[in-house]
Each structure stands twice: as C-alpha cells, then as structure tokens.
Design a binder for this molecule. Structure first.
Ligand SMILES: Nc1ncnc2c1ncn2[C@@H]1O[C@H](COP(=O)(O)OP(=O)(O)OP(=O)(O)O)[C@@H](O)[C@H]1O
Length: 856
C-alpha cells in the first residue's frame, strides 16, 4: 500500500463522537430564545433521567405561570416582566442547578472563572487570555477534575487547601485572587469553607531531631488542643528535657529556625544567586499571580519567636498524623536541611550539562519554596521526567537519601539515572535488592531499594537483616518514593514508620486508584505539591501528541454465541480472541509499519498474547520470558528495522523506556483500570520523534462490541479524558477487508480458533493472567546490564481433548504459529548461517539433550 493511500486511509477513518463519559452530568445549554424546543432534542439521551423534561407539560405550566405573574405584578414594566419570565424559564430547565441568583460582575467577560456556591466546583474558561496564570493558581489551591481543551473543572477540597497552605499561600490571598478571577463574587459559603480549612493548616509541624519525632508549633494553644486527644496523648513520649510549662503541659521550647532564600540546584535561577538584593527590589513588580503562586517570599507566618514541641513515639507516628488530619490540623513536614549540622552532607550536584525543564523547575519550586524541603507529592505525566525531578531534589538537599521503587528493575534504572545526571560516584550509591545488598562508603550516600525489601518483616536473610539495621538506625535527609500510587497502604505504613526521614517526596503520574486509598497518601507522605497539565506539556513538545482511538470490532456470530453461553472467566478470552479483533490488529500493525512506526501491542492475557504474536509472526515478552530473551527482543525492537512490532504483557506497563515506540495497540487489558490505561499511554509519550513537525503518536484500544469490554473500556479512558485526550471511535477500518493475507478470513478458520479458545485452560482465560510476571515489571532500559534473572520459570499447563493430544487437531493453526522469538534467538546465535560442520554438531547436541530428557 502506498504512503499516499495510507494517508488517505487515515483521513477516511469514520470518527463518530460518543457522548462524553461524564455527559450525564450535563444538559446541553441553550440560548434563552429557544428554551422550549418544539419537540425533545435529538440529544435527549444525554439528559440525565432525573432531569428529563416533559416539554408539553412544561409549556403549559409556564403559560399558566406567566398569566398568574402578569396578574400579580401589574406594576412591572414590560421589560422587567420579560426578564422575570426569562429567569423563571431558566429555573425550570436547570432546577437546583440554577445559579442565576448570583450576579455577574460588569466586566465578567474578561474574568475566566465560575465558582459553584454548593460544592466548590470551579469552572475555568481555558480559552481566556489569562487562563495560563489562572491554571497555575487553581492547581495550587484545588484538585484538577477534568482538563479538556476549552473548559476545565477544578474542585476546592480540604486536602487541596491544605496543599495550598503548605506551599505557602495564605487564606486572604486565596480569597482575594479567586475573587479577582471570578465572574461572580466568591460565594459566602466558599469563603467560609476556605477560612475554616486554612485557619489551622500549616501551624503544626512534624520535625525529626536526633532520630526522634516532635510535634512542633509556635501556637502552644494548638498543641494543648491536640494533646487533649486520646490518640495523640497516647503517642506522646514524656521528654526529660521538657522545659516550658504552659497551662499544665510541658513543652520543649526553642527559637524558630532561620529562613532564607534557596535556589534549587540546576534551575535557571541558580545563576542569579548573587543578585538576591536586586531581585528583592524587583519583587514589588511581580504580577498578581506570581506574588501569590510564586515561590519567593511565601513564608508561613509564625505568631511567636519561640516554637514549642512535644515528642511522639515513632511507631505511632502514622496514627498521630492521621488524627491531626481529622482534627483539621494536618502536620506539615518541612526539613531545614541547610541548618542541619547533625547529619553529614552529601557531595552531590547535577552535572553541568544537566538542564532541567521549566515544569520540572516549577514542581521543585513548590517543594523548596520557603528555603526548606516540604514533604509531599509531585504529579507529572508518564515520560515527563520524574526521575530527574527526584534526582534534582536530592542534589538540593545534599544529605543521605533513600530511594524506594516498585521493582528491582527500577532500582537499577534509578541508580543508572543518578550516575547519568549527577556527579555521584559509584561508591556513594548502593542498591539493596534480593540479589545485592550494598552499603555506601563514607558517612553519607544514597541507597536505592524496593518497597517490599524494606517493608518485608519475615524470612529475612542474615545479610538483609544487617542491611535493614543500617537503614533503620540512621536518619535520612531525604526519602524518595517512586510510583506512590501503587504501593499498598499497609506496606507504606511500615516503610514510613521504620525509616526515619526528614523529608519525603512521592512521585507519580496517575494519582488515581480504583479503591479509595489515595487520600491516605495525604497524611502518609504529604499533600500534592504540584500537578502538571498533560496537554500543556504535549503542546510544548515535552511529551508526544497522541491520537487516541477506540476501535469497535463486532464479534463473529460463533464467538458471540459462545460468549453469551459462557458464564465464567472464559468470556474475557472470547472477546480478546474475537477474529475481527485479530484482523483489526493485523491491519493496524501493517498500516503503521508501512508508515515507519514502531508498534507495541499490549495484552494482559498471555494466552491471547502468544496466539496473536505467533499468528502474526511478531516477537513477544511476558512474565515467563527469560531475561536474555527479553533483552534480545527489546534490542531488536530498538535497533533492527525488520522488527517494528513487539507484543508485551502487563510486565511492560511501567518502567519500560522505549523512545522508539510511536504506536500502541491494546488488545486486552485489566478490567476498568484507569491507571493501567494511562501508564500504557506513557510508553509512547516519550517518542523520540515527538518534536518532528506534525508528528503524532497513536494509541488504539481494540474493543469487542456488545461485550463487557465496552463497559471496561469506557471506565479505563476516564482518567485520560480528564487529562484532555479525546478518544475517537472507529467503527470500521477502511480497507481492512481488502487487505491481502487477512487472518481468519474463512468461517472454518474462525471455528478452529474458537475451538482452541474453548479448550484453553480456565486460568489462561483470566485477563491479567500473566501470573508468571515475577515482579510486575519489565527490564526496560537496555543500558542496564545488571538485571537479575526472572524468578519464576515458565510453567505451562494445558488441558486438551484426546484428539488434540493425538496431534490430529489444529494442524494448520499450529503450523502457522511459529514463534518469532525463536527466529530472533537463532539469528542471535547465527545458527542460520552456520557452517555445515557446526550445524551437524548442533543437531547432535539437540539430539543428545532430547535423549537425556527421556524418562529412564
Ligand atoms: N530535563 C531533561 N532533559 C533531558 N531529558 C530529560 C529531561 N527530563 C527527562 N528527560 C528524559 O525523558 C525521558 C523520560 O524520563 P523518566 O523515565 O524519568 O520519565 P518518568 O516520568 O519517570 O516516566 P514513567 O512514569 O513512565 O516511568 C527519559 O529518557 C529522560 O532521560
């Protein structure tokens, strides 16, 4: 197929817009002139049931109301009467969502915000000239809910206000700026909510001194209040050095530590360090937003020169933090690292060539805004460079640092990245994994490990125990937590209570979980300090522009018949193996290979993964694939023009760094997981070619029509839709049926495929059946040589019919299903071109091996 035709093909896709996923919360807003259309509009399906309107009854009622109104308000001018009617009409349509009682400011058109008085929902007109500044402000004080192209939604929550206070914003500033941006005066309930939430925020701190935790505040009455709570009182350790007695309670009292301006290492402001004085002079000119959202000078007011504190038991720290949150006095964790003379400094800096990007700088400025290190979470899209943000933070704090990741693969990647971006030496950075237990040389250094290594409490080897003693007996300046959203709460709790760290930074791309545990991170790590806008980063070329599409594949009659009959998990296998999906996948692979794309096909289901990959002659990797084979496949994908497509199971969801990949096709996935969808998209966001003019990466989700998969798919996309991605629905791929060599074209072939699915093992049928994925991760970066072996060998157990055991069944199927992995392995050993003599020897070796395997 020629390039031209391909290009035409792409424009001939039949995009058909499905209703927005959260459409049912919206009614179409109409002009006041045609409030009552003659008949229900075509899009009436978009109107939620609760808001469905009986239009003829409504017309009648309104006519009656108008007559009654005219009689009861004889003194009104016709214009006033008209206005009154208009507002009544609107009220009927919007019911309890009618906010016409809020008066628009005269210059409302130039202000970009609407604020709902009921629930703190804020709507931003993203097309406003000052939208960018408004966005900065809103991400600092509220939670982004949805950010498509033109209208953004944010929500003020108590956590978001806590985060706002923790980055240095003050109550009156928040209200003032909101008021300036809003089209209507900020509603009174919202003002009082902001006041209520922020009045005690930021006044209590958790401080680590000499390996002991203290609750600290310059407001002794607040400490008194906290100590009246049973949980906090129970956690208190009566300190012998307590020296002040306030209203019957003894506190340790000391001077408020000195503050000063700090410049984050590697940022553009670093060079201006000497010009501090002149910079101060200019500060009066900084515009409204930067003065509020900005990082300099935003310090939390202290009422008193003295700070009072009491010690708490480190094993109960988590309970105390949780309790303080409940008592509306969340504890800020700030580390005055520059004045820490107890812990040894670490000689670490970014390499001169390392330049961090503007959004990385902004995120770090939220962390180091007032000259200390605030604990919290930074949210950046996949592939946006969270690793470098973490490394820069470590280079700024310059104290011993513990990095925790989700798998040992990531451990080695983090280590390699530290060595790549900073001047840290090999001896100063150690890893602690199942295979390697190292300590750094000298007084300070970096240790990279996994959550499970640190949280594990039983079956520790002697070496692990010694390593744990090393980790728990010292104070860490900085605890860096990667992929914070995936770690189970209990594991987190153990980590946070066993490791004593002055400051913590959590990194994630998707602060979403399908359970409600995400809020726990607020007290276990700290508030969200920064969340980047995916679309903004794509527009600026930091991540790729992605076209997302959902391809609807109808089920063949035979597959659908079985699908309806099956009650078990097999259903999932049937919709994955749908021949029409197979064909769509083949067609898309071919289409994108001809365009020069590098394609990753994702399947959670290993049975489907192998079947597709073998049938289409492509290499694959799943949990059971050995380490050498994985590396070989990835290497070919990166460097061999003949290998443009690989199949990956969920082991490739995260931590795989393949900037070559430009197209992603998803054939099976883990139910409705929004996180997995976003992480998979992340694999193509780092596309090398992203800055080429007009370049787009492609993300296809193949979905079998009229099956449960449709429901899951809709749910999965929600996170990305909220980030501004639009999923086109493709109901038929133009030219697919004319494609030569289309697989499973005949009914017989399709029935044969169906039989292979029906006799498949129950376990194979389960989506996410990649039980052999030892660590849920893939050895992604080819540069790292140290990956350990896969822990669990591949074990296949299949149930089959007698005929199939005799070898009489599925001959054609098996014949065509040769593994490309083997071909790659052969080419790697060069056996294809081996001299006859060696070929003979190889044959003899194989025969000898077979002989040895025979039961004696
Ligand atoms: N400031 C920078 N300058 C140059 N390259 C950068 C910079 N920041 C990040 N990168 C590159 O961007 C790519 C993605 O970075 P990284 O792996 O840290 O992303 P991530 O956000 O951790 O992604 P994921 O969540 O998918 O793991 C890497 O190849 C990294 O080298």
């Amino acid at each position: 197929m020629s390039q031209k035709r391909l290009a035409e093909g792409s424009s001939r896709y039949q995009p058909f817009k499905r209703p927005r996923r959260n459409e049912d919360e919206y009614m179409e807003i109409q002009d006041e002139d045609d409030v009552i259309p003659p008949s229900p509009p075509e899009h009436s399906s978009l109107v939620p049931k609760s808001a469905t309107i009986n239009f003829s009854a409504l017309t009648r009622k309104l006519a009656e109301a108008k007559r009654a109104e005219d009689l009861s308000t004889p003194d009104m001018s016709p214009l006033e009467l008209h206005r009154l009617h208009q507002s009544k009409l609107v009220s009927h349509i919007f019911m309890d969502q009618d906010f016409s009682f809020m008066h628009l400011k005269p210059d409302h058109a130039s202000r970009p915000l609407w604020i709902s008085p009921d629930d703190g929902l804020i709507i931003l007109e993203a097309f406003s000239p000052i939208a960018e500044q408004a966005q900065d402000f809103l991400t600092a004080i509220s939670e982004p809910v949805s950010r498509p192209a033109f209208i953004h939604e944010y929500k003020l929550t108590s956590y978001s206000l806590y985060a706002a206070v923790s980055v240095g914003l003050q109550t009156e500033d928040i209200i003032e700026v909101l008021n300036r941006l809003s089209k209507v005066p900020v509603p009174e309930p919202i003002i009082s909510h902001i006041r209520k939430c922020t009045e005690t925020y930021g006044k209590v701190k958790l401080v680590l001194k000499h390996n002991k935790y203290f609750v600290e505040s310059s407001h002794p009455d607040l400490l008194q209040k906290l100590l009246r709570d049973a949980t906090i009182q129970d956690a208190r350790v009566i300190s012998v050095q307590a020296d002040t007695s306030i209203k019957g309670n003894t506190f340790t009292t000391s001077k408020v530590p000195l503050k000063g301006s700090l410049v984050v290492t590697g940022t553009s402001k670093e060079g201006d360090r000497s010009n501090d004085a002149s910079a101060k002079g200019k500060s009066s000119d900084i515009d409204l937003f930067t003065s509020v959202v900005g990082v300099e000078g935003d310090e939390i007011e202290e009422d008193d020169d003295n700070v009072h504190s009491f010690e708490i038991n480190d094993t109960k720290i988590d309970d105390v933090k949780k309790r303080c949150n409940e008592l509306n006095s969340p504890m800020l964790e700030e580390y005055d690292f520059r004045n820490d003379t107890v812990n040894a400094n670490l000689d670490i800096d970014l390499k001169p060539a390392t330049v961090i990007r503007p959004y990385q700088e902004t995120s770090l400025s939220k962390m180091f805004g007032n000259g200390r290190a605030r604990s919290g979470i930074i949210v950046l899209p996949c592939g946006a460079g969270k690793t470098l943000v973490g490394i820069t933070a470590a280079c700024t704090i310059k104290k011993s640092c513990l990095v925790l990741c989700t798998s040992s693969v990531s451990v080695y990647q983090w280590r390699a990245q530290f060595l790549q971006w900073s001047n840290i030496t090999d001896r100063q950075i150690a890893v602690f994994t199942a295979d390697q237990k190292e300590k750094f040389a000298g007084e300070s250094g970096i240790v990279v490990s996994t959550y499970s290594m640190v949280a594990n409490t039983h079956n520790r080897s002697h070496e692990s125990k010694k390593m744990m003693e090393f980790l728990t007996s010292r104070e860490w300046g900085f605890l860096l937590l990667d992929e914070v959203h995936v770690v189970p709460a209990a594991m987190f709790r153990r980590v946070v209570t066993t490791i004593k760290a002055h400051s913590k930074l959590g990194l994630t791309a998707t602060l979403v979980r399908e359970d409600d545990k995400i809020a726990d991170l607020n007290y276990m790590i700290g508030p969200k300090l920064y969340e980047a806008n995916w679309m903004d980063l794509a527009a600026k070329g930091h991540i790729a522009n992605v076209q997302c599409a959902e391809v609807w594949c109808s089920m063949t009659p035979e597959f659908y018949h079985e699908y309806l009959r099956e009650q078990s998990r097999k259903r999932a296998l049937l919709y994955c193996m749908n021949p029409n999906k197979f064909q769509a996948c083949q067609y898309l692979i071919n289409y994108h290979e001809e365009r020069g794309d590098k394609i990753i096909v994702f399947s959670d289901n290993v049975f489907a993964l192998e079947a597709y990959a073998k049938k289409l002659g492509k290499p694959y990797i799943h949990g059971g694939t050995g380490q050498t084979e994985r590396m070989r496949v990835l290497q070919h994908f990166q460097h061999d023009p003949a290998v443009s497509t690989i199949f990956l199971s969920k082991v490739g969801d995260t931590s795989i760094d393949l900037p070559e990949a430009t197209c992603l096709i998803q054939i099976s996935s883990h139910f409705g997981s929004r996180r997995q969808e976003a992480q998979r998209l992340g694999r193509i966001l780092r596309a090398k070619r992203r800055n080429d003019e007009g370049f787009n990466a492609f993300f296809y989700s193949l979905v079998s029509k009229d099956t449960q998969e449709m429901f899951y798919s809709t749910k999965r996309q929600q996170f990305l839709i909220d980030q501004g991605y639009a999923f086109k629905v493709i109901t038929s791929l133009d030219g697919q049926h004319d494609f030569p060599n289309l697989v499973y074209r005949t009914r017989e072939e399709q029935i044969e495929l169906l039989q292979s699915v029906l006799i498949a093992n129950e376990a194979d049928a389960e989506p996410g059946s990649d039980v052999r994925a030892s660590e849920g991760d893939l050895a992604g970066t080819i540069t790292s040589k140290d990956f350990g072996p896969t822990r669990f060998p591949a074990v296949h157990r299949t149930t089959s019919s007698l005929t199939s055991l005799s070898g009489a069944q599925h001959m054609s199927y098996i014949e065509q299903n040769k593994s490309m992995n083997k071909a790659l392995a052969k080419s790697a050993t060069g056996s294809m071109n081996r001299h006859k003599l060696f070929q003979k020897r190889d044959r003899e070796k194989v025969a000898a091996r077979k002989e040895a395997k025979k039961p004696t």
